[in-house]
Write a protein that binds this ligand. Structure first.
Ligand code: 3SK
Length: 518
């Protein structure tokens, strides 16, 4: 285990580790070609921290970070932490309604937003009383008197690079990420200064063997816990180089990056690996420099792992992590991969499987996976009940069912709640149902997970219409896409005359799941 001193600032540590590499490229923007060296990253992060102080942001106040993956993302994240301000990194694919909830829940006094995402926030400016300062990234300057918004680039330019570092300690709140809940209400997950380095040491170094010579590319964005470790903490902990892509990655984008920048580590999710393998324009293995690939977010079908290894002579390390544990605690390891399993406990994390009656399961018995490790979040903000239910003393409940075999390899057995993981992101079936119910023709609806041709889960809806009314499948899909984040819409819709229910009228989703499996 890593020992972290009591007086500790995570951003200062990650930057100080690279003090002797000032000229080395830390981040590359795959679209604009912009490169930020470790020296420039340090300089700009301190300038941004000074700007926050000059604007009166107090330590422990929050700033919502809604930014595309560009080299400014780490500048803002690290700058906040240097100033003792807590960045709350949010999923950029969400809607105005989701952002309003997060701004109100976190009481963030500041917002740093990429100019392309500003329209989703505009209806909230002046409406959310606690939000005082809006900083726009991705523009050089804003026209004077256009609004009270400020340009990130201008703020950074105007400040000295003086190094003032907030007096934080390892157990102080450092940053938050929002974790999705089955009721559709996201939970502000509070992480400490010590957690970033713990994940870098245990998984980044311990499992991936990341080193200075690595070039990394993560398809998962920096606002996801998976992406944050992959593309910021791990490479910065050893002075490696990260390629960032602001847009959602298509197979052409990914292969373009793998060919042009020659990453040695590629972090993906199963849906993307399936799309890459199906791409007729995929490169030959000799064109790439991959030494290790990872997968998380949802279980990797064995076929996809085998095909990828055959195609690129490189293993995919399937693993599972969580926003609550910050990164991966259970994973396959290089040279010991067993496709179809999620591998073994990451050294530094203890795992146990617990049955419904609270007893610990033995090999071959299914139960809920629980984790004990040094990166477990402090709590869910404003949510005592869910905090108590999830963080049970030393053990954190995952909500995932697992079976362990006699060799210590774990196999995924589904969720304990109704949540679906779609392309690696949680989707609440209740949120999709509530949205479909707002369509005037819909009387009742139930949403479950169904498998696509690659054995990956996507939402499927069963819809009952009101008498004399109807809508087409395409209309209903468009209705959801208009209101919810794009990945949440049902890929299939079946029209039925009634839904299976209990005697008391509760919808029996498990019957629909059984019907699906047959
Ligand atoms: O989805 C996962 O498996 C995951 C992995 C690393 C960090 C966070 C998450 C949710």
């Amino acid at each position: 285990l890593v020992t972290i001193p009591r007086d500790y600032n995570a951003a200062h540590d990650l930057l100080a580790r690279n003090a002797q590499r000032a000229g080395k490229i830390a981040f590359i923007d795959a679209v604009s070609g912009e490169q930020l060296s470790y020296g420039e990253l340090t300089d700009q992060s301190h300038r941004f921290a000074n700007a926050l102080r000059a604007q009166g942001f107090a330590p422990e106040s929050r700033i919502l970070l809604a930014m595309l993956d560009t080299p400014q993302w780490p500048v803002v994240f690290l700058g906040c932490i240097l100033a003792g301000v807590v960045p709350v990194a949010v999923n950029t694919l969400l809607t105005t309604q989701d952002f309003e909830f997060m701004l109100r829940d976190s009481r963030a006094q500041g917002l740093v937003v990429s100019s392309a995402l500003l329209p989703a926030f505009e209806p909230l400016l002046g409406k959310v009383e606690t939000l005082k300062t809006v900083i726009v990234a991705g523009v050089d300057d804003l026209p004077e008197n256009s609004s009270s918004n400020q340009a990130l680039a201008a703020l950074i330019r105007a400040q000295p690079a003086t190094k003032t570092i907030a007096d934080t300690c390892a157990d102080d709140a450092c940053f938050w990420l929002y974790s999705s809940g089955s009721t559709g209400t996201p939970k502000g997950t509070v992480h400490l200064h010590s957690h970033l380095l713990q994940t870098a040491e245990l998984y980044g170094r311990g499992v991936l063997g990341i080193q200075e010579s690595d070039v990394v590319y993560s398809a998962a964005k920096l606002f996801f816990a998976y992406g944050l470790g992959n593309a910021l903490t791990f490479p910065m902990s050893v002075g490696a180089t990260t390629v960032l892509l602001p847009a959602r990655p298509t197979p052409a984008d990914v292969f373009g990056i793998l060919k042009k920048h020659q990453p040695t580590i590629f972090y993906g999710v199963p849906t993307l690996y399936a799309a890459l393998l199906a791409d007729p324009a995929r490169p030959e293995k000799g064109e790439l420099s991959l030494r290790v690939c990872t997968s998380a977010g949802e279980a990797l079908p064995a076929e996809i792992g085998k095909k990828w290894t055959a195609q690129y002579n490189c293993e995919i390390l399937d693993g599972i992590g969580s926003t609550e544990m910050l990164h991966i605690f259970l994973s396959n390891r290089p040279g010991q991969v067993r496709y179809g399993t999620t591998g073994q406990a990451v050294p530094g994390y203890a795992l146990r499987i617990v049955a419904d009656d609270g007893s610990e399961c033995g090999a071959g018995e299914i139960g809920e996976l629980q984790i004990n490790g040094p990166s477990a979040a402090l709590m869910y903000w404003n949510n005592r009940a869910k905090t108590k239910a999830t963080f049970a003393g030393e053990w954190t409940r995952s909500g995932d069912k697992y079976i362990r075999d006699a060799d210590g390899y774990y196999t995924y057995g589904g969720r304990s709640d109704d949540m679906l993981k779609v392309g690696g992101i949680y989707v609440s079936p209740f949120e999709v149902e509530a949205c479909l119910m707002t369509h005037p023709a819909v009387l009742e609806v139930a949403v479950i997970g169904a498998m696509d041709a690659d054995e990956l889960v996507k939402p499927k809806a069963y819809v009952v219409f009101k008498s004399g009314q109807a809508a087409t499948m395409e209309e209903l899909k468009a209705h959801v896409k208009l209101q919810l984040a794009p990945y949440k819409y049902p890929r299939w819709i079946e029209f039925v005359t009634e839904l299976p229910k209990t005697a008391t009228g509760k919808i029996q989703r498990f019957r629909l799941r059984q019907k699906q499996e047959r």
